[in-house]
Structure formats: structure tokens, C-alpha cells
Design a protein around this ligand. Sequence first.
Ligand code: PLP
Length: 394
Amino acid sequence: MNFNLNFNNLQQNYLFAEVAMRTSAYIKANPRKKVVKLGVGDVTLPLAPAVIEALHAAVDDMSKKETFQGYGPYEGYEFLRESIRGYYRSVGVELDLSEIFVSDGAKSDLGNILDIFSKDNTVLIPDPVYPVYVDTNVMAGRNIIFADATEQNGFLPMPPEGVHADIIYICSPNNPTGAAYTKAQLKEWVDYANREGAVILYDAAYECFVSDGSLARSIFQIEGARTCAIEFCSLSKMAGFTGTRCGYTVVPAELKKDGAEANKLWLRRQSTKFNGVPYIVQRGAAAVFTERGQREIAENLQVYKSNAQLIAAAMDSLGIWYTGGKNSPYIWLKCPRGMGSWEFFDYLLNNAQVVGTPGAGFGKNGEGFFRLTAFGSEQTTAEAVERLKNLLKN
Ligand code: PLP
């Protein structure tokens, strides 16, 4: 027996553990000081009432012989896939039902999709980045190259000239930078992928925060994407499903190479290794896409969007450079006075008792940057913003 020693090549991710450790050490040493956290990437508002009602009704279904459900379809119940199809239609994207796969969230599918690709593919990943893209490919031993996201390109790297890649990761709006590609920029990526015979793994987990019409809600709004892209999306941030778990992946019929079809491979992979998302959860998820569900989740999203605007406005008034905040729950700011990411973390904690996330934890280009999130309550966000303004105004 041999273990997969590619695991030895994973970077130890100390980021959130280190943040938690420094924060609790500070609280222990300063028990009277109230610490405000703007570091979490998890939602804080409860599920919408329409979802709760649907969940309760689905529990009742399971109690009666006539409505009880056993194993469901691997790709998700038709009632939910129809709802997701309607959601895509509302942004001008037509999908076949067979192209939609329900999952237990975007993270699982982002990792699992790699089963359908050869190990010898070269992977292009932006830096800084959501660590899952890097780690899942390191585990498989793939060759990884990075696309530098920097202040100069607004943390939106464009296709590299003269460089070939087989698998390309794009996350827009981005975690951690909050930066979002315009449709015109995504068209360049789609053209590059089609030219190179590559696939774009497009993470749309934060599409619900996009309100600017020039930005994409889905990669499939871009002409040519159906031959080169797979899209991952999630109800986690859209509808507060981080703990309930539901997402979906779109694999278009036209994504083919050498006689193999991505859609068929993915169905085969899922039917072999996955037995579907619980019926109860899928009923709750379907409620998100009803008129009432959409109205109710919009109210929650508006709280996060207002928090983001408040933080962004504070950065504007302080003259601090940042990305995100406008079509994203993340604000990615340049640490003032030339401070490093961890230096700024300590400075904020010690002088304003505000906790954020050091950008250096998301990749080498994150050094000197800092992530704040809008998922806190209105009160804590407003308090943190006041403290930031007072500390950094001079
Ligand atoms: N993709 C990105 C960019 C994320 O930030 C997250 C969660 O924070 C996920 C995917 C995972 O989402 P899910 O809860 O659907 O697994």
C-alpha cells in the first residue's frame, strides 16, 4: 500500500486558525474590550420563511407512505432542476434540464469535477485565490501555474499570452478580492479557452451580489462558453444555505473532446460516487426560486449589500484603495501606510478591536492587502466602520 504523497505538497493553511488564535489571545489579555469581527465568510441571517415552510412540509412528506421518498435521482429532482432552469432563464440563459446537476454545495463539486479530467492537465489558477482550487489539484499532483491578480490589473488577471493551460479557474465576483469581471473581459477568457482547447471552471457562488448589468451573472451569458465552461453555483450565500447544503453545477452538452462529453462523464461520476442531496433539502431549495422565496432572500441579501456599501464608503472617505464592495460581499483593501497583511491585522485588533482576514493567507499577491466581509449584522458592521474611520482618518 502506498499513500497519496501529493498530500505532503499541500501548504499548511494556518490562516483562519492563526486569526482565531491571535483574536482569542487578545480577548484574554483585554477582557473589557469589545472585539468586532468582520472576518467571517459565513452568513448570519436565518433561512427565509418560505424555505422553512417548505422544509417542514417535506419532513411531513417523509412521514407518510404515499409521499415518502427513498433514493432520489443522482442529478437532483426535476422540480428543483426546473426551478434552477427558470432562474437561469431570468438572466437570459437557456439550459436543458440534463445540463443541471444538483449538489450539496459548490465546494464538493469544485473538488469532485476533477475526476473527469486527466491528471496530466496543466491548471491555471489566479493568485490570490479561494484555496480549494489549489489544494484539490495539489492532491491530484497536477501542474499548477498562476495568473497574477494585482493592484495593477484590479485583481482581474486576463488570459496570459503565449501560455497554454488546460483547466482554468475563474471566480467572479471573487473571493477574496470581491473583484468581478465584465462580460467583455469574460469573453476574452472564453475565446482563450476555446483557442487552447481548455475548460473554464467558473465559480459563480457570489453571482447573487451582482447588480451592475455590465458584469456577468453566469459564464453562459457569454457567447462561446457552452463549448468551454462548467459553472458551479450555490445557495450558500444566496439563500443562507451554508449549513443546510445545496448547490448546482451546469455542464453544457457542447463541452466535448476526443469523443468524450463532459456532461456524460459527470453524470457517470455522480451516479457512481454520489447518491444525491436529501429530498427535504431539495424541497427547501426549490422554495428559494419561487416568487415569494426570491422576495424574501432579496431582503436578506440587501442587508449584506448595505453592509458592503457602508464599508466601501468608509474606504472611499479614507482614500484607501480597494476592490469589491459594490457587486460583492467582500472588500479587499490595500493596507494603509505600507503595512503588511499581518501587521495591519495586529494594528486593527490592538487599536480598534476589529478583526479581518490578512490577504497574505490567500496567496503571495495577497501580501499587503486585507479582506473585510459584509456578512456581519448591521450593528456590528456599523460599529466596526466607525472604529475603522476613527483609527485610520489621520
Ligand atoms: N466558492 C467560493 C468562491 C466560496 O467562497 C465558497 C464558500 O465560501 C464556496 C465556493 C463554497 O460554497 P458551498 O457552501 O456551496 O460549498
